[in-house]
Design a protein around this ligand. Structure first.
Ligand code: HEC
Ligand code: HEC
Ligand code: HEC
Ligand code: HEC
Ligand code: HEC
Length: 233
C-alpha cells in the first residue's frame, strides 16, 4: 500500500481520537486555547473606511475586508489552491481533523502546516498539474520555514460580537448548518450564511437541539440566548 494511502486511512481514526480527547478534557477552561494568534481576526469598522487620502498606511486590503453581513458568493483568493471538495469530499477527511479547535474553543481555526504535511510528506507530487505542484511546493516551503500559510479570513465577525464554536458544536450542530455543504460545493471556502444579527436570532428562536438538550428548561435557555448580553458582552 502507498504510504499516503496509509496516512489517509489513519486520518479518520486519528480525528476520532482527537475528538475523544477534546471531550475528555472538557471540564477545564478549554476556551482559552489561543487560536487567535494562529489565525488572527481582522480589524472591523462600523463605518466605511475613510477615503485613501486619509487612510492609515498600516491598513491593508486584507483587514479592510468586511467578512460579515450579507454576501454574494464571493470567493476570496487564497495563497494555496486548497480544495475542500477533494479533501473533505472525495477523501472524506473529517472537518474536525483539520479544524480541531472547533469543539474546544471559540475559534475553529485553520490547520497548521504540520497537519497538511502529516499526509503530504507521503503524497506523490509528480504527475500533478503545474498549479498543484506549485501549490504543494509552496506548502512544503512554509512548513520548512516554520511559518503558517497566510490564509485570508473568510468569516470574521466584528469585535463587539461574541460567538463561540465550542458551544454550538457541543450542542450537536453540524458545521453545514452554518457553513453549507462545504465538502460538495467548495474548493477554498466561501460564505453561505448572512452573519447578521437576524441570522443568529432566527436560529436561536427555533433550533430543535434546544428542546432536545434542555427539555423542560428549553424556554429558559431560548430566552437566555435571545438576550443582548449573550452576544454583546
Ligand atoms: C489526510 C491526508 C491529507 C491531509 C491532512 C491533507 N491532504 Fe492534501 N491531498 C491528500 C491526497 C491523498 C491528495 C491527492 C489526491 C489525489 O491525487 O487523488 C492531496 C492533494 C492535495 C493537493 C493537490 C491537488 C491536485 O489538484 O492535485 C493540494 C494543493 C493539497 N492536497 C493541499 C493540502 C493542504 C494545503 C493541506 C492542509 C490544509 C492538505 N492538503 C492536507 C491528502 C491530504
Ligand atoms: C452556529 C453556526 C456555526 C456552526 C455550527 C459552525 N460555525 Fe464555523 N463559523 C461561524 C461563525 C459565525 C464564524 C465567524 C466567527 C468569528 O468571526 O468570530 C465561523 C468561523 C469559522 C472558521 C474561521 C476561523 C474561526 O474559527 O473563526 C472556520 C474554519 C469554521 N468556522 C469552521 C467550522 C467547522 C469545521 C464547524 C463544524 C465543526 C463549524 N465551523 C461550525 C458559525 C458556525
Ligand atoms: C485537510 C484539511 C481540511 C479539512 C478536512 C477541512 N478543512 Fe476547512 N479549511 C481548511 C483550510 C486550509 C482552510 C483555509 C482556506 C480556505 O478558506 O478555504 C479552510 C477554511 C474553512 C472555512 C473558512 C474559514 C474562514 O476563513 O472563515 C470554513 C468555514 C471551513 N473550512 C469549513 C470546513 C468544513 C465544514 C469542513 C468539513 C466538511 C472542512 N472545513 C474540512 C482545511 C480543511
Ligand atoms: C443554526 C443555528 C444557530 C445559529 C445560526 C447561531 N446559533 Fe448561537 N446557538 C445555537 C444554539 C442551539 C445554542 C444553544 C446551545 C446550548 O446551550 O446547548 C446557541 C448558543 C449561543 C451562545 C451561548 C453560548 C454560551 O456559552 O452560553 C452564543 C453566545 C451564541 N449562540 C452566539 C451566536 C451568534 C453571535 C450567532 C450569529 C453570528 C449565532 N449564535 C448563530 C444555535 C445557533
Ligand atoms: C444571537 C446573538 C445576538 C444577540 C442576542 C443580539 N445581537 Fe446584536 N448583533 C449580533 C451580530 C452578529 C451583529 C453584527 C452583524 C450585524 O450588524 O448584523 C450585531 C450587531 C448589533 C449592533 C450593530 C448594528 C450595526 O448596524 O452594525 C447593535 C447596535 C446591536 N447588535 C444591538 C443589540 C441589542 C440591543 C440586542 C438585544 C436586544 C442584541 N443586539 C442582541 C448578534 C446578536
Amino acid at each position: 500500500m502507498h504510504l499516503w494511502k496509509r496516512a489517509l486511512l489513519l486520518a479518520a481514526p486519528a480525528a476520532a481520537v482527537a475528538v475523544a480527547m477534546a471531550v475528555a478534557s472538557s471540564s477545564g477552561h478549554a476556551d482559552d486555547v489561543p487560536t487567535e494568534a494562529q489565525f488572527p481576526k481582522g480589524e472591523h469598522f462600523l463605518l466605511p473606511p475613510p477615503s485613501p487620502i486619509f487612510a492609515d498606511p498600516n491598513r491593508s486590503i486584507e483587514n479592510e475586508h468586511v467578512a460579515y453581513g450579507i454576501v454574494g458568493d464571493e470567493v476570496l483568493e487564497q495563497p494555496i489552491n486548497y480544495s475542500h471538495r477533494l479533501h473533505a469530499g472525495r477523501l472524506q477527511i473529517e472537518c474536525e481533523y483539520c479544524h480541531f479547535n472547533a469543539r474546544k474553543s471559540r475559534h475553529a481555526g485553520v490547520p497548521p502546516t504540520s497537519t497538511c504535511m502529516g499526509c503530504h510528506q507521503y503524497v506523490p507530487t509528480d504527475g500533478r498539474s503545474e498549479q498543484a505542484q506549485a501549490d504543494l511546493a509552496l506548502l512544503k516551503d512554509y512548513h520548512e520555514k516554520g511559518e503558517p500559510v497566510p490564509w485570508v479570513k473568510v468569516h470574521d465577525l466584528p469585535d463587539f460580537v461574541y460567538f463561540t464554536h465550542k458551544r454550538h458544536v457541543r450542542a450537536g450542530l453540524a458545521c453545514q448548518e452554518c457553513h453549507g455543504e462545504v465538502q460538495d460545493d467548495m474548493t477554498v471556502a466561501y460564505r453561505v450564511s448572512e452573519l447578521t444579527m437576524g441570522w443568529c436570532l432566527n436560529c436561536h428562536k427555533e433550533h430543535p437541539s434546544i428542546d432536545e438538550n434542555y427539555g423542560a428548561q428549553a424556554e429558559l435557555r431560548r430566552a437566555e440566548i435571545k438576550d443582548c448580553w449573550t452576544c454583546h458582552q
